[in-house]
Design a protein around this ligand. Structure first.
Ligand code: GTP
Length: 426
């Protein structure tokens, strides 16, 4: 796999296992970059018998000596970032190669509170935010009132921007949500302390990446969330506030599209969705329950059961062209080991006709009828298998059929959380 500048993205609604794939590819990279989202992402990486939960730091942090970049497109909660650095250091991880973009926007205490009160006020129309202030922080960035990391390092600039923002937010909180706001001196003191702790990490990360690519280093861009959660291309409004598709890497890291050499799309061998919104291949039966139990498909923070369904090749095809995916990394194939048969949705029917595009309208998406192909299951364990040829024939047929229908090559197949449970095909 040519790795000179590779973007890894999720193709479905998230929780595909990007953490494991990024970790696997990070081993061969020199630089690992986060380019969007914030601490609403949650990768789980298993190294030997240790489990690491990463929210903000790039997965490359788990390998010593890799430059790890938090790009300008990420929104950064300094408190969370510093806590994560400390927790990694406590586990013996070296964080000295971490770089934080001076152009990244800061999550402030009022962003977290606004996230909560706004979501509560939506009543039955909740978006399903993680209430960590991500959405309100991106709103301020777009409104051009946000505060950036470079401002934090300039005391007078920060004071002035904090005063202006706090006045507006405290007014909004009181007038609209009848909620008390924040004390200027307290927030200032808290963030002044963060400034000194973060200072050693702050850099012009776009310039660093430019030099790395020029020097022939291998750069890995690590997407968080997934295609159907993209602000423009996802199932709006049940989306995130940033751009998890591959193009987001260019904006969120400050790298030109001509420098991206490969795009890898992570595909879970079935589909899950958290929260509300249409889900054409959703299963409301014993098979759905079996997938949920075998795959422990419960929210990591909320413990809420995830909605489970058959693999939907219409989604993968769509993800394929909005991100220009070169290879699929298929994860969690082992979760389907016990099923006597498996289904792939190969097309949607709407009003009796096959439709080729993934619908923009959620009304249409909620009414499409999946056209399934049924394939025989393999009904034998796969987690111990280390080479693609050794996979049961029916398991290979399943992933190869997905590749045919979606028009995307298979690059990697994963049959367990461990680094060694990964087979490379391309
Ligand atoms: P988001 O960024 O929140 O979408 O998460 P993610 O896509 O990084 O998923 P995450 O890594 O949090 O969760 C996936 C879970 O599946 C983790 O516990 C992984 O260790 C595990 N996992 C990854 N690949 C496989 C696999 O092939 N088989 C099994 N059984 N588990 C896997």
């Amino acid at each position: 796999m040519d790795m000179s500048a590779t973007v890894v993205i999720g193709t479905q609604w998230g929780d595909e296992g990007k953490g494991k794939i990024v970790d696997y590819l990070a081993e061969r990279a020199d630089v690992v970059v986060r380019y969007q989202g914030g601490n609403n992402a949650g990768h789980t990486v298993v190294v030997g018998d240790q489990e690491f939960k990463l929210h903000l730091l790039p997965s490359g942090i788990l390998y010593n000596g890799k430059t790890c970049v938090i790009g300008n497109g990420v929104v950064v909660d300094p408190k969370v970032m510093l806590e994560e650095i400390k927790s990694m250091q406590a586990k013996g991880i070296d964080t000295s190669s971490l770089k934080l973009s001076n152009r990244a926007h800061l999550i402030m205490p009022y962003h977290r509170l606004l996230d909560e009160v706004e979501e509560t006020s939506r009543g039955d129309f909740k978006i399903g935010t993680t209430k960590r202030g991500i959405g309100p922080c991106y709103m301020d960035k777009n409104a051009r009132s946000g505060i950036r990391v470079c401002d934090l390092l300039e005391p007078e600039e920060f004071k002035e921007k904090l005063a202006r923002n706090l006045e507006a937010k405290n007014h909004l909180l009181k007038a609209v949500y009848n909620t008390d706001g924040f004390d200027f001196a307290e927030v200032l003191k808290e963030y002044q302390e963060y400034a000194e702790q973060l200072r050693p990490y702050v850099a012009d990360t776009s310039a660093i990446l430019h030099e790395s690519i020029k020097a022939g280093q291998k750069v890995l861009f690590e997407g968080a969330q997934a295609t159907l959660l993209d602000l423009d291309h996802g199932t709006f409004p049940y989306v995130t506030s940033s751009h998890p598709i591959a193009g987001g890497a260019c904006i969120g890291a400050g790298v030109g599209p001509s420098k991206i050499s490969k795009v890898v799309g992570v595909v879970k061998a079935y589909t899950t969705r958290v929260g509300e919104g249409p889900f054409p291949t959703e299963l409301h039966d014993a098979t759905g329950d079996l997938i949920r139990e075998e795959g422990h498909e419960y929210g990591t923070t909320t413990g809420r059961p995830r909605r489970c369904g058959w693999l939907d090749a219409c989604i993968i095809r769509y993800a394929g062209y909005v991100s220009g995916i070169d290879y699929m990394a298929i994860t969690r194939l082992d979760i389907l080991d016990k099923l006597p048969m498996v289904k792939v949705c190969v097309a949607y029917k709407y009003n009796g006709k096959i439709i080729n595009e993934f619908p923009a309208s959620l009304n249409v998406l909620s009414r499409v009828e999946p056209v399934y192909e049924e394939l025989p299951g393999w009904q034998q364990p796969t987690s111990h298998i280390r080479s693609y040829e050794d996979l049961p024939l029916n398991a290979r047929r399943y992933v190869e059929r997905l590749s045919e229908v979606s028009g995307i090559a298979i690059g990697l197949v994963s049959v367990g959380p461990g680094r060694e449970q990964t087979m490379i095909l391309a």
